[in-house]
Design a protein. Structure first.
Length: 113
């Protein structure tokens, strides 16, 4: 017997599968015609085909995002250490540094106008 509850629990999900019709003879005919079509067009045998997996190395060894994460972690770490040694005065220094950073960051943008 189930008691009424204010908490709604998720119901179990059921596995449903929709069977597809598979005709091996039709598949074989399509593969042969595609192969003949590629040979007639002169495509290379080593070219990319949907069934192949290409294992390529990344050209950029260190993504730019990880460098930005490193800078953010360093700033937060230095902020915590500065707060431990100097107290709230470190935040006043940061308040002074932010406008200077923004000035140099957007100096090119405003000089073009």
């Amino acid at each position: 017997m189930k008691f009424p509850s204010l908490i709604r629990l998720p119901r179990n999900k059921r596995f449903t599968i929709e069977p597809r019709y598979y005709d091996p003879i039709k598949e074989e005919i399509e593969e042969r015609t595609e192969k003949i079509r590629r040979e007639m067009q002169g495509d290379q045998e080593g070219a990319f085909s949907p069934g192949r997996i290409a294992f390529e190395r990344k050209t950029q060894s260190i993504p730019a995002g990880s460098f930005l994460q490193l800078i953010i972690a360093a700033i937060l770490g230095l902020g915590v250490i500065g707060w431990l040694f100097y107290g709230n005065q470190i935040f006043y220094v940061l308040y002074a540094c932010v406008p200077i950073y923004l000035y140099f960051r957007f100096k090119k943008h405003f000089s073009r106008r």
